[in-house]
Design a binder for this molecule. Structure first.
Ligand SMILES: Cc1cc2nc3c(=O)[nH]c(=O)nc-3n(C[C@H](O)[C@H](O)[C@H](O)COP(=O)(O)O)c2cc1C
Length: 379
């Protein structure tokens, strides 16, 4: 039997074996931007998840573009070597056809933060804080430092850093690269009127606010060969009246398509703590659907997609080409296998673990009772 979720998809030049994407997820476990053993086990495990594409976490294009001291980077040869070792190991155990992507970004005014389990607030004195950057000197929230407004030299430096990081990602051998343009980080703060109050050519109208993100996008597009899929994570809404709206997402996606981008992932929020977000299963899917229908660009939906039938319906309805899973796959790193079972699809498992297939192991039904899936749906 086939299910929409398990049909192949051409993400630009890259064939994916199914529509399941592991969303980028910071692990806050790097050392000066270098992946270590945590990443090795994390990505080797996700390589066997059954997803068509595994996206490596937000990776800082320069040292001060990290969110925390534990964030991964691609700003040094050591970073590149450590990531190459990790990708090689993950590919070594991956299910056939699994592709790997990476998200590159810059934290902007949300940088210099504690790891989530240390509080997730701005670093204090004694915690080695650093000066953050933004389009305008507006802090992320109360208690966050005032960022320095970027000047022309700073903008040029960051554009170069994006290009250099993308080149490193290509050298490492990623199949896909995505720019982080969402969640309140640097490229999002340029787009949103909530955070960009500039009156030069990098601010003001929508055109001005998009100018720097698009300049970076264009420069990265030139640097990335056409055998690598190139995309971006964008904002469907800031969830405030005075912030970005769904029409802005449609506009940005259309422009990225014109630049030769292969896909977008539509997320929301992350820029204003005051925003009230009506979180419920699949709550961001309508934004992805709007972008996909208006632009025809390959589109990924994300956000509380946890149940295989829900995921399959999103693709079958044409609301998105791909769905991304984040927390559900940390909870169940074999999500793809279990989704295939739930949808009655045969997908490969590593032969070493094949005996847990439901046909061979009666324990499968006991280990994954339906209440567990229902619980996840409510989480
Ligand atoms: C531990 C963790 C780390 C995350 N790190 C990133 C990241 O590096 N880049 C990003 O764009 N989103 C990041 N996110 C957001 C997820 O990619 C995803 O958009 C969000 O969790 C909603 O999806 P979910 O309901 O499937 O978890 C992170 C989420 C989690 C839980």
């Amino acid at each position: 039997m086939t299910a929409a979720l398990f049909t192949p998809f051409d993400l630009g030049p890259v064939r994916l074996s199914n529509r399941i994407v592991i969303a980028p997820m910071c692990q806050y476990s790097a050392h000066d931007g270098c992946m270590g053993d945590w990443h090795l086990q994390h990505l080797m495990s996700l390589a066997m998840s059954g997803a068509g594409l595994v996206v490596v976490e937000a990776t800082a294009v320069e040292r001060l573009g990290r969110i925390t001291h534990g964030c991964v980077g691609l700003y040094s040869d050591d970073n590149e070597r450590a990531m190459a070792r990790t990708l090689l190991a993950a590919r070594g155990v991956a299910l056939p056809g699994t592709r790997f992507g990476i998200q590159i970004g810059h934290s902007g005014r949300k940088g210099s933060a504690q790891r989530p389990w240390e509080g997730g607030k701005a670093l204090r004195e004694g915690e080695d804080p650093w000066a953050t950057v933004a389009p305008s000197p507006l802090p992320y929230d109360d208690g966050w430092p005032l960022p320095n407004a970027l000047d022309e030299a700073g903008l040029a430096r960051i554009e170069r850093a994006f290009v250099e990081a993308a080149k490193r990602a290509v050298r490492i051998g990623f199949d896909a690269i995505e720019l982080h343009m969402a969640h309140g980080y640097l490229l999002h703060t340029f787009q949103s009127p909530l955070s960009n109050r500039r009156d030069d050519r990098w601010g003001g109208s929508r055109e001005g606010r998009l100018a720097f993100p698009l300049q970076v996008a264009e420069a990265v597009r030139r640097a990335v060969p056409d055998y690598v899929a190139l995309g971006a994570r964008i904002t469907g809404t800031d969830w405030t009246e005075d912030g970005l709206q769904p029409e802005d997402a449609v506009d940005l996606a259309g422009r990225l398509k014109e630049l030769g981008f292969d896909f977008v992932c539509v997320s929301t929020g992350g820029i204003a703590l005051k925003a009230r977000i009506p979180v419920s299963p699949g709550y961001q899917v309508p934004f992805a659907a709007k972008v996909r229908r208006a632009t025809g660009l390959a589109t990924r939906a994300v956000g509380l997609i946890v149940d295989p039938h829900q995921a399959n319906d999103i693709v079958a309805r044409g609301d998105a080409d791909l769905i991304a899973i984040a927390r559900a796959v940390l909870d169940d790193p074999r999500w793809g296998w279990h989704a295939a079972e739930a949808l009655g699809v045969d997908t490969p498992r590593p032969p070493q673990y094949a005996r847990v297939a439901p046909a061979l192991w009666p324990g499968a039904a006991l280990a994954r009772p339906p209440e567990r899936a229902a619980l996840r749906q409510r989480a």
